[in-house]
Design a protein. Sequence first.
Lengths: 203, 525
Amino acid sequence: MEPSQPTVFIVDDDAAVRDSLKFLLRSVGLGAETFASADDFLRSYDPQRAGCLVLDVRMPGMSGLELQQRLWDLGSSLPIVFLTAHADVPMAVEAVKAGALDFLQKPFRDQDLLDRIQEALQRNADVREQLEARKDVEARIASLTPRERQVMDRVVDGKANKVIARELGVSQRTVEIHRARVMKKMRARSLSRLVQMVVRLRA
Amino acid sequence: MKPDPRRGDTTSPMANGRRGSELGTGEPVKEFLSQLVPIGIMRTDASGHCTHVNEHWCHLAGLSTDEALEEAWSQTVHPDDRDRVLGEWETATSRAVEFRSDCRWQAPSGKVRWVATHALPVFDGDGRLEGYVGAVQDVTDQRRAEEELRRLAHDLGERVKELNCLFGISRIVEDAGGSLDRIFMQTVNLLPPSWEYPDITCARITLNDSEFRTPNFRDTPWKQSATILVHGEQAGAVEIGYLEERPEGDEGPFLAEERALVEAVAERLGHVVERILGEQRLKEREDELRKRLTHLTRVSTVGEMASSIAHEINQPLTAIATYTQACRRMLNARAADETHVQEILARVTEEALRAGQIVHRLRHLVRKRESVRAECDINQLIHEIEHLASADARLHDVELRLQLERDLPPILADGIQIQQVVLNLIRNGIDAMEETDAEPRQVRVRTTRRKGKEIEVSVHDNGCGLPENAEEELFEPFFTTKTTGMGLGLSISRSIVSLHGGSLWFERNAEGGTTFRFTVPLAAD
């Protein structure tokens, strides 16, 4: 699956700030979409789309902090760079504690913002990649037979073949055959790789 | 029934206890009586010549009996009274009737006395006029007493005039409402009636560079004046003049009382000036203090909004910084076409102007200035502060809503002070919602025309509401329910509104929160 071109979603109630940000991002070849309010953004929110959020902390109606909470509740992994006026720094600090990537005080140096955005996009890409990998692992696990799954769970728990054979009431040889099939279906080149895959999924 | 005088005891008429009328008419008795009673008695023939006088008469006239009988009695009458008295005598004798006259007699020694003469005609058996019998009484003392009384009455009259005059000034001062011009103009016209000849009296009051005259005032040779002293310094004068010559009095044609009066008026006016100047100075200081306090409160209100204002200016600055940085990147990357750059520059300009506007409005609001009243549109005034107020509202997550009635007639007001009141009420509304979860978080400003002659502005919040006893203290200076601010906002707002002829009050909303209302009269009808 080819990753889609990332978009920087800009949410700010000030039209000129929105407009100037769009110009800046386009000047460095980044795709940008602007929204005048948190509600506007939520209405067109698509979890499938890659990118990051540039968000004003304080807005009439739903504030930046509230939008952050809503996205969290929706399971979104969109990284957020907050923009803030001087007076709102304490709010921005709260936002960072709640998982935002960073905050910038208005007005900001373009490079600072672009660096944060790059970082955010990178993080989003990483997250999406991890997500893809996870889905891949899940699909591989789904292809296992129930017996293979039982063997794998015990292997990952660090149990010896002899112990597994006793627990499942089969011969040690049978365990070895299932284990080889698990390694193949899971495309795990080593035991440690298999353990890594499954543990990460369990987390 | 005529009593017989011969029946009486001539040497001791009183001894037999009879009354006078029964004493008889005999000559000895008459002689006796005429000498006993301090009354001059005379008899004349029909032509008016004395035929008999008693001793007292001679004493009054300063003549001997012989002289008295030789001369016509009229010669004893003072020359100034003689023509009058002779006229009266002729009138009486020609009709043979009773004669009464008061006049002065002058003795050859020059001594003058007032006498009252009362004479009755005497007829003979045939009814022809035989002559007169007259009694002459010295009334000099009585006259003097009367004159003294008249003089006293006159003096009293003068005192009354004087008091009336001073009392009149007091009333003028009371009614003039502190206007020196009015006091002096009315006082100057009050003066002539208090002088002896009101019809020919004119007056002028000068004070520093001002002059107040009666309509008939002109310079005359017959005048008197008194200096008006204000705090010991010569500040003006009260002048009285007669337009025509009058007999000599105590000071030219003027009386001593009039000198006293003109002095009293000048002194009174001096005190009035001192008092009014004092009051004016006090009022000026009070006005100055009020002005400074009003300004201070306005600045303080704006000060409380500092972070909102900073936020508000920060937005266009952010846009400008971002636009220009975007522009540079485009230029560096040679990715910019000219129209693109032009467009961005236009937006930069717009944002710079927007920031400038905010600063301009702010400076306008906090500027120190004289209070100026002009016709203004209340809605326009509110629109001018809307930006600032909205910024503040937004910062506190409150929505500011305006419901302004269209086509309202103008009010006569100091626009900035009215804006100060509205801004103060909006800020109070926003603060009232600081610690409440009430929805919607809204401050509503409404303008409406109230029955004909005034505009009402109301500011409605659904905040925490006011404490129970707020009525008593809310408008007191330094009363505050907040942790910030001086507690002067409402007190100053109320004084601004009342100086504009309106009133400011509040109501508790049924659904919570408070509505403040104030009225301002329309400019003119």
